[in-house]
Design a protein around this ligand. Structure first.
Ligand SMILES: *Cc1c(COP(=O)(O)O)cnc(C)c1O
Length: 374
């Protein structure tokens, strides 16, 4: 026993101090725990596309199955992305999910003695990517649950190498305007990498989207990350990417595992990228589902944070000064509805609910009503 403890202490203190990522509860786990039928469970906990994988992507995966003995080749996906985005192939770095490229940014630019700046209530992978390198986290207090860009600029130190920004942000759903972000990028010191994480970009109304890819030409320190896990419906396959200047991409590629994106993920992403019908239908479903959830919350007297993503973060009223969100989360589970508690994001009174199919949203609202009135 003490041998194993001694062994663990060989791991750097900054690794041992990492708080593990808490994923949304899987349907299979809840079914096992409560003896429920998996089909009766509604999971609105991980911002997945409730419509599932696009039929074109599924067909591409099936067609690629016989080729699994071969190592993957990211060329076709990189080319498809470069054509769609209007950048060169040398500006794209593929990731095993966009988490992977966020880690690459940390690996390429952070080390003990450096710091990274990000916001309170920001995505959980930023602290992970920072701490895993032994770098220091500078967490800037949020403003109205969103990024306080002025305070983030002021927080940048001479040892700061990376700033992480999610736009829209998860788990709050807040959005920065293009003018705000552009002004921030203009004023950021040129020797600080700014990672703009656009996992929910495709859920923004087109007129609200930032010209972030075009900005890569203007701001050499900008890395834009995107994912196929959300609107593209491929969370289980793990594929995302970064767009940046070729010199930065070259650094990210040095720390990237050579075959980090698998064959099935590559073919599915190529197919999903051009499945315009699936994208449009997913976007429209989200708009309708958001309206449904907002109307339901209004009816129940539940407050929310205005959201620009495929999820809504609601505030569970306190009782006698005590937070009720954890208890409400547990009661929703017993009714077969999985949402996301946010205590780990410094939001102990909030729950995040992913926008699902109309009937799933209705199940959530019914269950929430039952729990709040019970
Ligand atoms: C979901 C999400 C991601 C994407 O994660 P993947 O690794 O691509 O599945 C990245 N950033 C934010 C803010 C997210 O919410």
């Amino acid at each position: 026993m003490s041998d194993i403890m001694d062994l663990c202490e060989q791991s750097p203190a900054y690794v041992r101090a990492i708080a593990p990522y808490q994923p949304g509860k899987p349907i299979t786990e809840l079914a096992r725990e409560l003896g429920l039928d998996e089909r009766s469970i509604v999971k609105l906990a991980s911002n997945e596309n409730p419509r599932g994988i696009s039929p074109k992507a599924l067909a591409a995966v099936k067609a690629a199955l016989p080729e699994l003995a071969r190592y993957p080749d990211g060329f076709e996906l990189t080319r498809a992305l470069s054509q769609r985005l209007g950048v060169t192939m040398q500006q794209i770095v593929l990731g095993n999910g966009s988490n992977d490229v966020l880690e690459h940014a940390g690996m390429a630019f952070l080390a003990p003695g450096c710091s990274a700046v990000y916001s309170q209530h920001a995505f959980a992978v930023y602290p992970l990517a920072t701490q895993a390198r032994g770098a220091q986290s500078i967490v800037v207090p949020a403003k109205n649950y969103g990024h306080d860009l002025e305070a983030m600029l002021a927080a940048v130190r001479s040892d700061t190498h990376v700033v992480f920004i999610a736009n829209p942000n998860n788990p709050t759903g807040t959005m920065l305007t293009a003018a705000e972000l552009e002004s921030f990028l203009t004023r950021m010191p040129k020797n600080v990498v700014v990672v703009v994480d656009e996992a929910y970009n495709e859920y923004l109304a087109p007129e609200l989207r930032c010209p972030s890819i075009a900005w890569v030409g203007r701001f050499p320190n900008l890395i834009v990350t995107r994912t196929f896990s959300k609107i593209y419906g491929l969370a289980g396959l793990r594929v995302g990417y970064a767009v940046c200047r070729p010199e930065l991409a070259d650094l990210l590629n040095r720390v990237r595992q050579p075959f980090n994106v698998n064959n099935l993920a590559i073919v599915a992403a190529v197919a999903a990228l051009s499945d315009d019908d699936f994208l449009r239908q997913s976007y429209e479903l989200n708009v309708a589902g958001m309206a449904q959830l907002l109307a339901g919350c209004k009816r129940l007297g539940v407050a929310w944070i205005p959201s620009y993503g495929n999820f809504l973060t609601v505030e569970i009223p306190r009782s006698g000064g005590n937070s009720q969100a954890a208890a409400v989360f547990q009661k929703l589970l017993r009714l077969g509805v999985i949402v996301r508690p946010l205590a780990g994001y410094d939001m102990p009174d909030h729950l995040r609910v992913t926008i699902g199919l109309a009937e799933e949203n209705a199940r959530f609202l019914d269950a929430l009503e039952t729990v709040l009135k019970g």
